[in-house]
Write a protein that binds this ligand. Structure first.
Ligand code: SAM
Ligand code: SF4
Length: 330
């Protein structure tokens, strides 16, 4: 089968599948304190629908699948879905992004189901600061989740994601970087993007990867750059003395759109070709309307033909995405 390619020549190899829009955190850079209007149960794709879609995408060469949300671990019986996807022909790389609060209970079942990679979000190692940014007093639970993940060597690598917000993250950087010196984790700093539901993002709120790197090097000496895959969103570094790795994901200061190989499926079955898309493609209606695999493939190819060249965060007159991060599936 011909590979899935957009009209700019980029081959699509990776899909992020949101399994729920709900979340048990209220991170300030993502959700309002009062939460959002959640989707109804009927609106959300079933595991069978997700597995069918992933199977069709895998036939098109999309071999990397990441489950996300909202908070994916609040979706009931998630290990069942992981098992279904791990057994799907053509799925080479199955991973999950989580806030980690339920991970101490679920790491074992997820690994048994076939999960091999995990990203845990962690914005501070200080209890007060953690509660300030997530609006939940849950640091200990997340750290227990990480420890439990570490007990499963099958989960490799363990990545820790921190959203870098100016005026907040600077003080958290030394401890988070030190985590990557002490532990075999890949700690990644991700620039804050205008995807917060509160629409409070301003350009000045972005703490860039370069600024964070300077803070780290001030504390721990020069970092050594590691080679990264062409499609990688992160620049990778290691310490002269340390077991883990640091990564900088710089979508605002160093956009990587020209290498983007990714599409997204929202919890309610809408295909998005960019985080910043204003347009969605209704896969759920096709699935529930009895579309054949060939019809789904035609719709997916057509949508991908319209994949945006790049995000326009830095352009004058930038228009925000039609939904916020937790509703899209980050
Ligand atoms: N709830 C899970 C979590 O927090 O890991 C998965 C979903 S969350 C939307 C996925 C990722 O998006 C997380 O690493 C989160 O920190 C990141 N994120 C959320 N809002 C963001 C924003 N406005 N800019 C950059 N990254 C953001
Ligand atoms: Fe929830 Fe993740 Fe958004 Fe935080 S970033 S509110 S954990 S979906």
């Amino acid at each position: 089968m011909d590979p899935l390619r957009d009209s700019w020549g980029r081959e699509i190899k990776s899909v992020r599948v949101s399994v729920t829009d709900k979340c048990n955190f209220r991170c300030t850079y993502c959700m309002p304190a009062e939460g959002l209007q959640w989707l109804g149960r009927e609106e959300i794709l079933t595991f069978e629908e997700i597995a069918r879609l992933v199977g069709v995408l895998a036939r098109l060469g999309v071999d990397e699948v990441r489950l996300t949300g909202g908070e994916p671990l609040v979706r009931r019986d998630l290990p069942l879905l992981v098992e279904m996807l791990a057994q799907t022909e053509g799925v080479r790389d199955l991973s999950l992004t989580t806030n980690g609060i339920l991970l101490d209970r679920l790491a074992g079942p997820l690994v048994s189901a076939g999960l091999r990679r995990i990203n845990v979000s962690l914005d501070s190692l200080n209890h007060v600061r953690f509660a300030e940014i997530t609006r939940r007093d849950a640091l200990d639970a997340v750290l227990r989740g990480l420890e439990e993940a570490e007990r499963h060597p099958e989960l490799n690598p363990i990545k820790v994601n921190c959203v870098a917000v100016k005026g907040f993250t600077e003080t958290e950087v030394p401890a988070l970087a030190d985590l990557a010196r002490r532990k075999p984790y890949v700690v990644r700093f991700i620039e804050f993007m205008p995807l917060d539901a509160d629409e409070a993002w301003r350009e000045d709120d972005v703490l860039t990867g370069a600024e964070i790197r300077a803070i780290v090097e001030e504390c721990y000496g020069p970092l050594l750059e590691l080679p990264a895959k062409a499609s990688s969103t992160a620049r990778r570094f290691r310490f002269a003395d340390g077991v883990g790795e640091l990564g900088f994901v710089n979508p605002v200061s160093e956009p990587f759109c020209s290498n983007c190989d990714r599409i997204r499926v929202t919890a309610d079955g809408q295909l998005r070709t960019c985080l910043f898309s204003r347009r969605e493609w209704d896969l759920k209606a096709a699935l529930r309307g009895g579309a054949s695999d060939d019809e789904l493939i035609r719709l997916i190819r057509f949508a991908v033909q319209h994949k945006e060249l790049k995000h326009r965060i830095n352009d004058p007159g930038f228009v925000r995405a039609s939904r916020s991060m937790s509703q899209i599936g980050g």
